[in-house]
Structures are given as structure tokens and as C-alpha cells.
Design a protein around this ligand. Structure first.
Ligand code: HMG
Ligand code: MG
Length: 305
């Protein structure tokens, strides 16, 4: 297989923080975003514009988007992707009002998680995503799509690959430039990655339109990434320090740690554009601020050196 560069989408400021109970001051979040960018990350999911009852931690989303730093980047740093997650056209409008250039829509492959997460059926979630996508595209925004529960749903068990394909193909039709496959529960292992990707490819989905979004509950996320890489996937979502989780996926752990992903590819001579030493410092910094253990093995090892 060919060695090719990998693109990392840092989701720490959104997925990483959304499940943390204690309120994190906005300046700490902005500090995190600034440090991630200084470490070389070129895609940073800033926040989400969702119900503050669903996700109280991110109710400062407008302060994040309107901060002078983010505004300057939105206007001047065209090579930086700064997606904002939105569940409906109301969220999109808030993002548009702040000059955001990219939004992410999210749907579940499975009914139970869809109900728990966004309080509607999969079909209704797809209709909302489609409404967001067409409005966003008409304003010149890029739209990224997430599919949750690709391997399993917290309430209804294993996910059949057909339902993942159904949602992926709908997101492609509505114009998402990339579809991020989310193992929301972090239960999948490489054998399942192979099976799902082979199924999607057999139905005509191109690897170049897919990204991997692996939570690390069972410690398989890095292995899953390597397997997906070998099958042609070149974009992976991760959180510095392994932060992350969704309050509607009980027991699920954080995203795979960005430091670990960078180390994995660096050891294989595959370029990510990220400065690992600086990134390890960011992971250590945010872990201290949140008063929690550093969830990155590579980050902890580098800091201890
Ligand atoms: P709902 O209760 O069905 O609908 O929520 P609603 O229209 O009645 O709205 C409820 C409340 O939210 C109302 O406020 C609205 O005004 C407000 P109230 O009248 O009760 O005071 N509201 C909003 N506020 C701010 N921004 C908005 C917005 N829309 C409505 N855009 C809704 C439906 C979708 C809004 C709600 O369920 C929700 O916000 N869900 C989001 C949950 C979420 O953010 N989950 C985590 C992100 S997904 C994830 O982590 C998975 C991912 O990482 C991939 C993976 O790992 O699989 C992406
Ligand atoms: Mg997630």
C-alpha cells in the first residue's frame, strides 16, 4: 500500500470538552484552540451550536466564534479549517452570523441513539442535515457529515452495515465533502473496520470521501486507524489528551488521543504536519487545567522524558 500524508481533524475543543461536567472558562478553551493551531493542526472543530440543555459545557459557543483570534483566522487564514457542529438550521444561522466557513452535520445510523442525541428519528435527522447542507452550501460553506454508532448503538446493540451505508450515501447526496464514520461507543476492533469498509467500498463509496472517528473505550482506536489507513482512509478525527465523549453514549470514553495518532504515523514516515513535542505540551497543559490524567500514552511518555 502507498504511503501518503494523513490529515487530522482535531475535535478536542468540541467532542473533547462537551462531556465535561465542571464549567471550563472560555479563555481556557480559546487557549486550547490557539495552542492546537500553534502545534500545526490545520483542522480544528471549534465548538457546537446546540441546545444548552443538551450540552451545557458549550453554551459559550458564540464567545468562542466571536473572539478576535477566531475572527482573525476566519478572515485571514484560509488554509485553516475551523468547523462548527450544528444540529439544525438555527445553529447554522448562528454560525453564519459569525462568519464560520465550515459546519458539521451529524446523524446516527441507528434509531435509539438518534432519539437520545437529537430527539428525532434517523430519517428526520437526515432531513434536518439536508436542510442545513443546502442552506450552508448556498452561502458558500463547506459541510462535513458525521455518522454515529457505525458498529453499535448504546441502547439497541450491533449496527448492520446496510444502515451505515444508507446514512453515508444520503450524506454524500446532500453534498457533504467528507463523511466521518463515528464509533461513538468505542467498541469496534480492526476486524469490524475491515468488514464495514469493505462493505461500503463494495457499494461504491470511495475511500477518499471517508474519515475515521474512533472513540477509545476498548483501547482499539489506534489499531482501527491503522487498519482504516491501510484500506485507503486518509483523514482521522482525534482529541488532544484523549479528551472526549458524548453524554448520550453512557460509558463511552474519549476520542483517540491526537498525540498517539501523530506518533503512529510519524513512526511510519507518514506526514501529519503536526509538531508532536508541542502537541504533547498542549495535552499536558489541558489535562492540568481540567484536573484530569493525561489520556494520551505518547503524550505522557514524551512529557516524562
Ligand atoms: P429538542 O428538544 O427536540 O428540540 O432538541 P427543541 O427545538 O424543542 O429545542 C430544545 C431547546 O434547545 C429549546 O430551548 C431550543 O430553543 C434550544 P428551550 O425552549 O427548551 O429553552 N435549541 C437550541 N439552542 C441553541 N442552539 C441551537 C438550538 N436548537 C434548539 N441550535 C436538539 C433538539 C437537536 C436541539 C437537541 O437535541 C440538541 O441540541 N442536541 C445536540 C446533542 C449534542 O450536541 N450531542 C453531542 C454531539 S454529537 C456527538 O458527539 C457524536 C460525534 O462526535 C460523532 C460520534 O462520536 O459518533 C459527532
Ligand atoms: Mg465523537
Amino acid at each position: 500500500f502507498m504511503m501518503a500524508a494523513v490529515h487530522i481533524v482535531e475535535v478536542g475543543p468540541r467532542d473533547g470538552l462537551q462531556n465535561i461536567r465542571t464549567s471550563i472558562p472560555t479563555p481556557v478553551k480559546l487557549g486550547l484552540i490557539a495552542k492546537l493551531r500553534d502545534a500545526g493542526l490545520k483542522s480544528i472543530e471549534l465548538t457546537s451550536v446546540v441546545s444548552p440543555k443538551a450540552i451545557p459545557q458549550l453554551q459559550d459557543c458564540q464567545q468562542i466564534m466571536s473572539s478576535p483570534m477566531v475572527q482573525e483566522w476566519l478572515q485571514k487564514e484560509s488554509q485553516l479549517r475551523l468547523p462548527v457542529l450544528v444540529p439544525n438550521t438555527r445553529g447554522l444561522q448562528v454560525a453564519l452570523d459569525h462568519g464560520v466557513r465550515e459546519v458539521a452535520v451529524f446523524v446516527s445510523a441507528t434509531e435509539s441513539f438518534s432519539k437520545a442525541n437529537i430527539n428525532c428519528s434517523v430519517d428526520e435527522g437526515l432531513r434536518r442535515a439536508s436542510a442545513i447542507a443546502s442552506a450552508a452550501k448556498s452561502q458558500g460553506l463547506a459541510v462535513r457529515g458525521y455518522v454515529s454508532c457505525i458498529f453499535a448503538d448504546p441502547y439497541s446493540g450491533a449496527t448492520p452495515p446496510e444502515v451505515v451505508y444508507n446514512v453515508v450515501s444520503r450524506l454524500i447526496e446532500m453534498g457533504c465533502y467528507q463523511i466521518s464514520l463515528g464509533d461513538t461507543l468505542g467498541v469496534g476492533a480492526p476486524a469490524q473496520v475491515t468488514k464495514l469498509l469493505d462493505y461500503l467500498f463494495s457499494r461504491g463509496v470511495e475511500p477518499s470521501i471517508l474519515a475515521g472517528h474512533f472513540h477509545d473505550t476498548y483501547g482499539q482506536a489506534l489499531a482501527n486507524i491503522w487498519e482504516a489507513y491501510r484500506r485507503g482512509i486518509r483523514t482521522f478525527d482525534s482529541s488532544v489528551g484523549g479528551l472526549g465523549g458524548c453524554p448520550f453514549a453512557p460509558g463511552a470514553k474519549g476520542n483517540v488521543a491526537t498525540e498517539d495518532v501523530v506518533y503512529l504515523f510519524q513512526q511510519a514516515g507518514i506526514e501529519t504536519g503536526v509538531d508532536l513535542k508541542r502537541l504533547a505540551e498542549v495535552g499536558s497543559w489541558i489535562s492540568h487545567h481540567l484536573n484530569q490524567a493525561n489520556g494520551s500514552r505518547a503524550g505522557s511518555a514524551l512529557i516524562a522524558k
